[in-house]
Design a protein around this ligand. Structure first.
Ligand SMILES: [Zn+2]
Length: 103
């Protein structure tokens, strides 16, 4: 279940407008759809061992949706594509956010 970014009411997947505050959710839905598309393309590229391509799609996916999954995919793609700086930055961010939350 997704939440309306404006009023935090739960909205059903695919719902274009928030029932409560009438916020247009289609922009958000488009971003999610695009992020999922790039994630899938990244995984396809991974199977072809086209790691540069995988990294490119993972980066787009992570830029659209800042989820831990997208971040992990990007970090993995960064390592495979030899972009160690991006991977190291990601793991450093993970480390600092983990120490802040005291899991
Ligand atoms: Zn709303």
């Amino acid at each position: 279940m997704e939440k309306c970014p404006a009023c935090m009411t739960l909205v059903s997947p695919g719902q274009p407008i928030c029932r409560r505050c009438k916020t247009d959710l289609s922009v958000l839905l488009n971003m999610e759809t695009q992020a999922q598309m790039h994630r899938k393309m990244a995984l396809d590229a991974f199977e072809k061992q086209a790691f540069e391509e995988m990294f490119d799609h993972a980066k787009r996916s992570a830029a659209l949706i800042n989820s831990p999954d997208a971040g992990r995919l990007l970090a993995g793609a960064a390592v495979l594509a030899g972009k160690y700086e991006t991977a190291v930055n990601f793991f450093n961010q993970e480390k600092s956010s983990n120490s802040r939350s005291h899991k």
